[in-house]
Design a binder for this molecule. Structure first.
Ligand SMILES: Cc1cc2nc3c(=O)[nH]c(=O)nc-3n(C[C@H](O)[C@H](O)[C@H](O)COP(=O)(O)OP(=O)(O)OC[C@H]3O[C@@H](n4cnc5c(N)ncnc54)[C@H](O)[C@@H]3O)c2cc1C
Length: 284
């Protein structure tokens, strides 16, 4: 289908973009890589009168170190994040997840900010960002505010970003030296996750010293498998210990039932994929 007609602006600065949002209010929609928005417009699930393109705002693009944090601009593409050496060194879990995100075409257009703001529960970046304890920087006309990933995802397709705000940065505390693995279950390649598990582990002499595990598509938002994390710390990184800890992977989750699988099937998948992801992240 062809989208309903709309006006279009491509501001050169964040301030201009925020101004355009304020001017057009509910009639406006931001566009980043367009990989989720354009299908929505083509299916006429949304029909904004004004589309505000963030693509000319260079300040929203790029990856840099800032003290103990890695800072990724919202308009940085999945491809650029995925091949960045700083991300590989300090946030390897993100690199691993991007390897499984869609196909090369989508990765070259889609952006980290667009994916997180879109907040599809089956999206592959929410769980890694949550497991890495990231913070999201949100700009409005009165200044910026920073929200933890735990507070950012509110519901299906709903985040802490207000209608008059723009997500500008993802700040990730460095996880240097942590092992990482993203285990994604799909029926055919390039599909959205039926369930996926993002695990990052700091080992110390064969013992798991710290563990973070995020779950994709096990509820309306990305989730942390806290019971698994607690059960892993202090354990040897071997098959038996990880299998026991992974049994708790579905605790506190509320997975959907759809044509790809029912909730019980997803709970089973979560335990299996958690075992695999943790063992791989711990080098076991
Ligand atoms: C064929 C196909 C397969 C895909 N497979 C996967 C997959 O396997 N895994 C996966 O995770 N994703 C997948 N995607 C989605 C992809 O990751 C998109 O890039 C992502 O969901 C949206 O990013 P975008 O930059 O294209 O955002 P857009 O589509 O431009 O925007 C998405 C939404 O976010 C809002 N938005 C964008 N940027 C900002 C911002 N900075 N601040 C506030 N709001 C903003 C927009 O207004 C819009 O509502 C797939 C997409 C396609 C087309």
């Amino acid at each position: 289908m062809i989208p309903a007609s709309f006006d279009y602006v491509a501001p050169g600065t964040l301030e201009e973009a925020l101004g355009a949002l304020a001017e057009h209010g509910d009639d406006a929609k931001l566009i980043a890589g367009g990989q989720s928005l354009l299908p929505v417009l083509r299916m006429r699930l949304n029909a904004p009168e004004m589309v505000i393109d963030l693509g000319r705002i260079d300040a929203l693009r790029g990856i840099r170190e800032e003290g103990d944090d890695l800072v990724i601009g919202a308009m940085t593409t999945h491809a650029d994040v995925g091949r960045d050496p700083l991300v590989a060194e300090h946030a390897a879990l993100l690199s691993r997840a991007i390897e499984h995100l869609a196909d090369a075409q989508v990765r070259h257009r889609g952006t980290i900010g667009g994916a997180l703001a879109h907040a599809d529960p089956a999206g592959d970046l929410g769980a890694p960002v949550l497991a890495l304890d990231a913070s999201l920087v949100i700009a409005g006309r009165d200044g910026t505010r920073t929200v933890s990933a735990a507070d950012f995802f509110e519901d299906v397709f709903t985040t802490a970003v207000g209608d008059d705000e723009i997500l500008t940065e993802v700040r990730i505390p460095k996880h240097t030296g942590w092992g990482a693995h993203y285990e994604k279950f799909v029926r055919v390649s390039h599909q959205w996750s039926i369930v996926a598990v993002a695990a990052t582990i700091r080992s110390d002499g064969g013992t798991i010293a710290e563990a973070a595990v995020g779950l994709t598509n096990m509820g309306s938002t990305p989730l942390r498998a806290r019971a698994v994390e607690q059960a892993l710390v202090g354990q040897p990184a071997n098959e038996d210990a990880v299998r026991r800890a992974a049994e708790a992977a579905a605790d506190g989750t509320n997975p959907p039932t759809d044509l790809n699988g029912d909730a019980d099937y997803r709970r089973h998948l979560a335990t299996v994929l958690t075992r695999r992801a943790v063992l791989a992240a711990a080098g076991g």
